[in-house]
Design a protein around this ligand. Structure first.
Ligand code: URA
Length: 267
């Protein structure tokens, strides 16, 4: 079946849909040996040989879904001109290359998802999904209620007002307070900029939740694979209970009408 090239490339786990478009425009993609630079171009992943930088796509690569507790001092890009450590350096012996779903700043820590399933990553990052992400922020000194309320109501940033957020005081210490900030948007450095806008100085920033998924007890630098139910639930794909899964060989059940004829529909 013919599909758009950028969709095939992202589904093969090379990179996101948007970055796949850049690969095409840069002339790095070829179909059956012919370089394709037009964005609307289509190919048949079952028949055509599609290459990126001369390497053939693995269409049916095993799908991997990973939750990493990112330590501070790691970068979520796949390469870095300054040679800083990459989050993918923490994932040893992966059978396939994975890439981060969205980004966390170099010094932000906590829950980071990585996958080689471009379609799944696109679903998660699509603004229509509005997945809520929750951060714990250690701020210098004491927080006052008015600062929390302003962040919760929305603050003016250089790229516009922020949407309403859920902001609470979590813990009060001698030198620092911890607050929690839950947002749906995913703007660049958003939590840091929201704090700056109400004169709060961020000492530490940690993502502790992504939708229904909690960071849990993973230590910094450790990762785990998501369960099938977690993968489906996050992308809002209905979870089919084991008991209702039909094996391919199981015959379809027929509805027998009172006249004795089969409707051909499943029960
Ligand atoms: N908000 C930020 O400011 N930084 C991150 O890394 C994530 C959210």
């Amino acid at each position: 079946m013919l599909e758009r090239l950028q969709k095939i490339i992202s589904a093969a786990g090379i990179t996101s849909r948007r970055a796949s478009e850049a690969l095409i425009l840069n002339g790095q993609v070829a179909v059956n040996g012919v370089v394709v630079t037009e964005l609307g171009s289509k190919a048949d992943p079952a028949k055509d040989i599609i290459t990126v930088d001369g390497k053939a796509l693995k269409i049916n690569a095993q799908r991997l879904y990973i939750l990493l507790n990112k330590p501070p001092g790691y970068i979520t890009a796949l390469k870095d001109s300054q040679n800083r450590p990459l989050v993918t350096d923490l994932l040893k012996d992966m059978p396939e290359r994975v890439y981060p779903v969205g980004r966390l700043d170099y010094n932000t820590e906590g829950l980071l998802l990585l996958t080689n399933d471009g379609e799944w990553a696109n679903r998660l990052m699509h603004p229509s999904h509005e997945i809520e992400k929750e951060y714990h922020v250690r701020v210098r000194g004491k927080v006052i209620d008015q600062q929390l309320k302003r962040m919760a109501d929305g603050v003016e940033l250089e790229d516009g007002m922020t949407a309403p957020a859920v902001v609470n005081l979590v813990k009060s210490g001698e030198q620092n307070d911890w607050i929690s900030v839950a947002i749906h948007e995913g703007r660049n450095r958003q939590v840091r900029r929201m704090c700056e806008a109400v004169s709060l100085s961020v000492v530490r920033l940690k993502r502790i939740r992504y939708g229904s998924l909690m960071l849990g007890t993973l230590r910094a630098g450790q990762f785990r694979y998501l369960t099938e139910a977690e993968v489906r639930q996050l992308a809002d794909i209905p979870v089919v209970p084991e008991s209702e899964k039909r094996t391919p060989r199981e015959p379809r059940k027929k509805i027998v009408r009172s006249g004795g004829k089969s409707s051909g529909r499943r029960q």
